[in-house]
Design a protein around this ligand. Structure first.
Ligand SMILES: *[C@@H]1O[C@H](CO)[C@@H](O)[C@H](O)[C@H]1NC(C)=O
Ligand SMILES: *[C@@H]1O[C@H](CO)[C@@H](O)[C@H](O)[C@H]1NC(C)=O
Ligand SMILES: *[C@@H]1O[C@H](CO)[C@@H](O)[C@H](O)[C@H]1NC(C)=O
Ligand SMILES: *[C@@H]1O[C@H](CO)[C@@H](O)[C@H](O)[C@H]1NC(C)=O
Ligand SMILES: *[C@@H]1O[C@H](CO)[C@@H](O)[C@H](O)[C@H]1NC(C)=O
Ligand SMILES: *[C@@H]1O[C@H](CO)[C@@H](O)[C@H](O)[C@H]1NC(C)=O
Length: 466
């Protein structure tokens, strides 16, 4: 099948997303040409290392009219990069210096392995700031090396930065093995049990309360928990990332966003042990295009409405995506209770290979199997599935709409949905509960359980408003 519409369509979408959105603007223009804005090793603008942490190099003259990028190589700030020495202090100093000049570049050069501990890099920075990793950045080796005082588990945090680029030809490695094996992780206890206990592991990279961000070309791997997390951000462009961790690494979502608007995720490959991309409450104007997801839990909207919270997610487009050997394909999951809505969602041109629950709406999401049904739910409406093709794992029906008893899902539309068993017998009983919508074309397997029309005038429309 034509997996990808074509570069042109992507660029048109991108242009629309950025040039005419009042949300994404400002100093950083999301333009492809900026993608590799960093420098090459040996570039003439590199400053020669002084190797004296107490005497860092002077940046270029701030009045420099040509405004050449200023490179702040972490090795000039005392970073050793031998894979064992703690280089955190050098990174902090380099950050301070690079952040303070226009178009500053913090460079972690190739051929070095930098070990750093949990760090918050705070903005604001001067415009055009670039954090460039050409070498390897590695997290400490497991819980025993984690500061006991750090209850708020996260490794690299970028806080209150506007117009920053995180890029490079290198690798950011979470060294997550020992975290995944904690006996409190699912089935990692003695004889495959799961021991009780708080089991938080650090997210690898978190952008918090930041805007106009670009993240590209890096390899990000083996996170103890989420690989990348964006919360409270606006204007995020992710391109050409490669994210990987083993299929059995728990909670290692690839990219998680919440309370974040105007997001584009392009041309990236994600293979992990949990959601490939997860979209939490408070997200809108999200475009995911030309992404590959492997051996995780697919692309998820949710979970939403936990502990009766109000959740709003709207205007999400997922297109030209290939999902392989995954527990889910495209999923919307909400808890019982909760209010708000999920609306204007388009899943288009999705190829599945050996995927369970290819298309799923689950409004009874529950981690313990002990959640009670409640009288409200997050309202799911205006969801379209178009050109979704490929194969499913026959252990579960490939199409599953489990909508809330109290608030039906409405205006679900299906066209060109054709799913076949990867092997074995056809499972031809799609599941629908309280789901309303239309089939524009006959689906495979045939779906007869979707109901016509619009069942509800919501009794209390205000609680579903966003
Ligand atoms: C963007 O907006 C400008 C004016 O605000 C308009 O002239 C232009 O046609 C718009 N471009 C797109 C792609 O909508
Ligand atoms: C694990 O299972 C084996 C064999 O069933 C048993 O002998 C052993 O006591 C179990 N260990 C624990 C910690 O439960
Ligand atoms: C899709 O992304 C891959 C990299 O993941 C890239 O090689 C390919 O050119 C992209 N296709 C389009 C049409 O952008
Ligand atoms: C919906 O999201 C797209 C990005 O996918 C954006 O270009 C568009 O402006 C958004 N529409 C609205 C009404 O916010
Ligand atoms: C919740 O409602 C669903 C749909 O009516 C039903 O299948 C399920 O058994 C109920 N669960 C509980 C815990 O009552
Ligand atoms: C149904 O949803 C589609 C988007 O999937 C939207 O374009 C259309 O306006 C909606 N129809 C109604 C009656 O709200």
């Amino acid at each position: 099948m034509a997996l990808v519409h074509g570069l042109f369509a992507i660029w048109v979408s991108l242009a629309l997303l950025i040039s005419n959105s009042s949300n994404v603007e400002g100093r950083t223009h999301f333009h492809k040409k900026q993608k590799n804005k960093g420098i090459d090793k040996g570039s003439p603008v590199s400053q020669s290392p002084s190797n004296s942490p107490s005497n860092p190099p002077e940046p270029n003259d701030p009045g420099n009219p040509t405004s050449e990028p200023c490179v702040f190589d972490v090795t000039s700030f005392g970073a050793v990069g031998d894979g064992t020495t703690d280089d955190t202090a050098a990174f902090r100093e380099a950050w301070k210096a690079a952040c303070a000049v226009e178009s500053g570049i913090l460079l972690a050069p190739s051929d070095y392995v930098f070990t750093i501990t949990s760090t918050i890099f705070s903005g604001p920075c001067k415009p055009g700031f670039v954090f460039q990793v050409d070498g390897v950045l590695i997290a400490p080796d497991g819980p025993d090396c984690w500061p006991k005082s750090d209850s708020n588990k996260q490794w690299l945090v970028f806080y209150r930065v506007d117009g920053m680029t995180l890029t490079g030809r290198g690798t950011i490695d979470g060294n997550g093995q020992k975290w995944w094996e904690l006996p409190c992780k699912p089935h990692r206890g003695p004889n495959g049990s799961t021991l009780p206990g708080p089991c938080d592991s650090p997210a690898l990279i978190r952008f918090f309360l930041s805007s106009n961000l670009m993240v590209n070309t890096l390899r990000i791997q083996n996170s103890p928990q989420f690989h990348m997390k964006f919360d409270g951000c606006e204007g995020v462009l992710i391109e050409q990332l490669s994210i990987s961790s083993p299929a059995l690494s728990p909670n290692t979502d690839g990219i998680h966003i919440e309370n974040t608007k105007s997001v584009a995720i392009f041309e990236s490959d994600i293979a992990n042990g949990d959601d490939c991309i997860s979209i939490g409450p408070g997200c809108s104007a999200v475009l995911i295009d030309n992404v590959t997801c492997e051996h995780g839990h697919g692309i998820s909207i949710g979970s939403l409405g936990v502990h009766n919270t109000h959740a709003c997610v709207s205007n999400i487009t997922v297109q030209n995506v290939f999902i392989k050997d995954s527990d889910n394909g495209v999923r919307i999951k909400t808890w019982q209770g909760g209010t708000g809505s999920v609306s204007s969602i388009a899943f288009e041109n999705i190829e599945m290979e050996n995927v369970r629950n290819c298309i799923i709406v689950d409004q009874y999401y529950c981690l313990t199997k002990a959640c009670l049904n409640q009288t409200s739910a997050v309202y799911v409406t205006d969801v379209s599935y178009k050109n979704i093709k490929g194969t499913y794992d026959v252990r579960t029906p490939p199409i599953h709409f489990a909508c809330s008893d109290t608030v039906a899902c409405t205006n679900i539309s299906l066209s060109e949905v054709e799913l076949f068993p990867a092997e074995g017998e056809l499972v031809d009983d799609p599941f629908c509960w309280n789901a309303y919508g239309t089939q524009e074309t006959l689906t495979i397997p045939p779906i007869t359980c979707l109901q016509d029309g619009d069942p509800q005038s919501l009794s209390d429309a205000s609680i579903y408003g966003c």
